[in-house]
Design a protein. Structure first.
Length: 402
């Protein structure tokens, strides 16, 4: 997942808007609501992306602690470690928020649809293609059809919603949702420009509500439900999981309209609600995926974090911002590392906590090291290439009245 899933998919540049308020004395920032013209850099979103990617790594590592002799650690394994799939929900909500902000809400003019598409494709595809090829060649041989579908960001099987089969690099299932959301957003920019968010909301509303009701006479809110559409891609965009992107877009719109109201008290309340609801959802919500049980707490956590940062309550450590910058690369590299290490080490029992933690430390160190290489030599050059290509197309647009 990009920015996951994502399942932490990539979600655009970190400084979402300038931050002139950062130069104000702390006493002045604390004594009044943050002005509408005093936006934040939103390092909190970068930190959430990094933590979500790390959480997915913990989940996929298979770390199991405790056993019968250590019931508290066994509870931690069951209700925290094994809930790491919620990182995908966090990625999806973050992607909706950031795409809405950097493409429409945080700009004087909306980003042109072609420029948006080029930049997004260059950011998402090359690192994923590289890691998909590496994983398929070394650990997970797949058919040519599955490999081609993986590289094209298409679901590979009409089964097992919301995954719809696993691509060559298994975390790529969440990137299929990410790319579908980008396509819908590009459509919104093309036909409605400044009102692109309305088009996105309308399309996702139609695919997840109107289309299933019209075709099958019912709407199922469970992301694990499989609608029997002929097209697997249509079944995917009809899955209620895509509404987490819409939730992120809506939160970005609210942030743009209401951030001047973020006093310290309001920000504290929003952050407490976000952290509390997210923590409780790990414990109380049983389904692996749930729009209400997973998506809404992820959205509350995101909104509480950006409100707290905007009100001057949250100072994000540089280490977490750095982890956020590596989040997409880490999301892509950890499956290959974890699978390779598992094949080299025997299966471990929960009671073997020392060996469990040692293997996890190896997983984390190798995945992070490989992520740094992928980020430096593939992701950053791909982003720069996307900017250059987008700039060329932007300069070719005819001037008004020409």
């Amino acid at each position: 997942m990009p920015e996951s899933s994502t399942t932490m998919p990539p979600s655009g540049p970190r400084p979402l808007e300038p931050a002139p308020a950062a130069a104000l004395p702390a006493s002045r920032r604390a004594s009044r609501p943050v002005a509408d013209a005093a936006p934040a850099t939103l390092d909190s979103i970068q930190a959430l992306r990094g933590l979500a990617a790390a959480y997915v790594l913990v989940y996929h590592s298979g770390l199991r602690l405790g056993g019968e002799q250590f019931p508290l650690l066994a509870w931690l394994t069951e209700h925290v470690i094994k809930r790491g799939h919620v990182g995908v929900d966090v990625f999806f909500v973050i992607s909706g928020f950031i795409i809405a902000w950097v493409a429409v809400l945080g700009r004087t003019e909306p980003e042109p649809a072609l420029v948006f598409s080029i930049r997004r494709a260059c950011r998402l595809a090359p690192p994923y293609w590289i890691m998909s090829a590496l994983h398929a060649l070394t650990l997970n041989p797949v058919s040519l059809a599955v490999f081609a579908g993986s590289l094209a960001f298409l679901p590979v099987a009409h089964e097992d919603a919301p995954y719809f089969g696993y691509p060559a690099l298994y975390v790529g299932w969440s990137l299929n949702y990410e790319m579908a959301f980008y396509a819908i957003f590009a459509l919104g920019l093309l036909v409605a420009r400044r009102r692109a968010l309305l088009v996105v909301a309308a399309v996702l509303g139609c695919t997840t509500l109107l289309l299933p009701w019209w075709r099958f006479g019912a709407v199922d809110p469970d992301p694990a439900h499989l609608y029997p559409f002929t097209s697997t891609w249509v079944a995917m965009i009809a899955n209620p999981l895509v509404l987490e992107f819409a939730l992120g877009c809506a939160l970005a719109w609210v942030y743009g309209r209401a951030r001047h109201r973020f006093t310290r008290r309001v920000a504290i309340a929003l952050l407490a609600i976000g952290v509390g609801s997210f923590a409780l959802s790990l414990w109380l919500v049983e389904p692996e995926f749930s729009l209400a049980g997973r998506g809404l707490p992820a959205g509350a956590l995101l909104f509480g974090a950006v409100a707290a940062e905007h009100a001057g309550l949250l100072r994000v450590p540089r280490s977490l911002v750095w982890l956020g910058e590596l989040s997409y690369a880490l999301y892509l590299t950890h499956p290959t590392v974890i699978e390779a290490v598992k094949r080299l080490m025997p299966e471990l029992a929960p009671e073997q906590m020392g060996l469990q933690l040692t293997r996890f430390a190896i997983d984390a160190a190798l995945a992070l090291g490989l992520a740094m290489l992928l980020h430096r030599w593939v992701e950053l050059p791909a982003i720069a290439t996307g900017r250059r290509l987008a700039g060329r197309f932007a300069t070719r647009r005819p001037r008004a009245g020409a």
